[in-house]
Design a protein. Structure first.
Length: 420
């Protein structure tokens, strides 16, 4: 798109304009998702606790509860404690949100719908997601409160510890795909649901659930929400925050939840590919035209977004179903269970790929590569036929430099013997 705009303006201005458009779309996605998740959190918790939740704000289902909460928080006074480090206290929420926002820069939402395509996209997302801890530590340190400082130190211990098994779980689909490019990983899972890496082998299936457990701890969600435990630390690192800065912290938390669930969908659940290849069956591909390709990509975007929302809903259900763990139990879960299990699953996948390179369904269902190859061959044959039918006369034109044949020359007998 930047190259197209460069024909009307300088290249640097076109690149800057297109970058601002992409950033605006991602920011709108994150902010809208945070608003929807705020409403969902109330409704999911109410359903689990046999309540109704928001019912009067904006109609029967309380659709305007999130805008009402936003207006209330914007109208609250934004206080800074007297004992706080004012500069660090003010910039800490934006550091957390910036790291969350950076994760979406390398996340593909469909085939070609990615802000910045990277060969090492998986590595980039894992590296950026680990930087969120700096915002929480700065918030706890700069607040001038021992409760906030305790929460920040718990965040440091928890996030850094769970990054190790989380990284081991991410290595498994990277190993199966042979690349860290998320677009390529998504393409390799095209077709029916048995092509998803989740069903490649039993070890990958277990790895997905270990990843999800570590992702819940990585985003400070219950039962791993020790950095903001209200029964012990009042609100942890959020104790001294109010108003808009408090809102920014929660937008970062909900955005991180969406990012880790979208990453899990791409690595394990086929990405933008549904369990049934509806777009391929309906011909919504770029081979049939740009409009049909756009509709197919938009359908894939909705598919990936739905998977991510289901993962976030499951995280919310965990919060209101399980009791909060103690800090020693949180570290025990990481170091004694998640880390050894992730290591065993990685070794198991290595052995499985050596002895069964075709995966669990090899020989039972047709592979996507064969199906995709056959589809490509058929489309190429159709294109060649259409080209030969549209310009048949061009191929029949004689060479203008060749001699003109004599019309009175005798026609050779087809039954005459072929000369030696």
């Amino acid at each position: 798109m930047a190259e197209y705009l460069s024909s009307y303006m300088p290249l640097w201005l076109a690149a800057l304009l297109w970058a601002l458009v992409q950033s605006g779309l991602l920011l709108a996605l994150v902010v809208t998702a945070a608003a929807v998740f705020t409403w969902m959190e109330r409704k999911v918790s109410a359903r689990i606790q046999d309540r109704l939740g928001p019912m009067r704000t904006g109609g029967r289902f309380g659709w305007l509860q999130s805008p009402a909460d936003g207006i209330k928080l914007l109208c609250k006074e934004d206080l800074v404690p007297a004992a706080a480090d004012k500069l660090l206290f003010r910039i800490a929420p934006y550091i957390s949100f910036a790291t969350c926002f950076g994760m979406f820069m390398a996340l593909p939402w469909a085939d070609g719908w990615v802000p910045v395509r990277m060969d090492a996209a998986v590595f980039f997302i894992m590296a950026v997601s680990g930087l969120e801890v700096f915002g929480v530590i700065l918030a706890g340190y700069s607040s001038g409160s021992k409760w906030s400082l305790y929460g920040g130190m718990r965040e440091a211990a928890q996030v850094i510890s769970y990054e190790i098994p989380l990284g081991l779980c991410v290595i498994v689909p990277v190993l199966l795909a042979g690349t860290m490019d998320l677009v390529t990983i998504g393409k390799q899972q095209e077709g029916w649901c048995w092509n998803w890496f989740l069903f490649h082998d039993p070890f990958t299936f277990v790895t997905f659930w270990i990843y999800f457990t570590c992702a819940v701890a990585h985003t400070n969600r219950a039962p791993f929400d020790l950095p903001e435990a209200d029964t012990e630390l009042v609100a942890g690192f959020l104790t001294e925050y109010s108003g808009f800065r408090w809102t920014v912290f929660f937008m970062a938390e909900y955005g991180a939840m969406l990012a880790v669930c979208a990453l899990a969908s791409i690595l394990f659940l086929g990405g933008w590919n549904g369990p049934i290849p509806i777009a391929r069956l309906l011909g919504l591909t770029a081979e049939h035209g740009a409009v049909w390709g756009f509709l197919g990509n938009f359908l894939g975007f909705l598919n990936l977004l739905l998977k991510a929302f289901i993962g976030v809903t499951f995280m919310m259900a965990l919060r209101w179903s399980l009791p909060r763990l103690r800090i020693d139990q949180v570290m025990t879960t990481c170091l004694k269970y998640c880390l050894p299990l992730a290591s065993v699953m990685l070794a198991g996948v290595l052995a499985w790929c050596y002895f069964f390179p075709g995966g669990l369904w090899s020989g039972v269902f047709p592979s996507e590569s064969a199906w995709w190859r056959e589809t490509q061959e058929r489309s190429e044959v159709k294109i060649q036929r259409s080209e030969t039918e549209t310009i048949p006369a061009v191929a029949q034109f004689p060479n203008p430099q060749s001699p003109i044949p004599n019309p009175q020359s005798p026609i050779p007998n087809p039954q005459s013997p072929i000369p030696n």
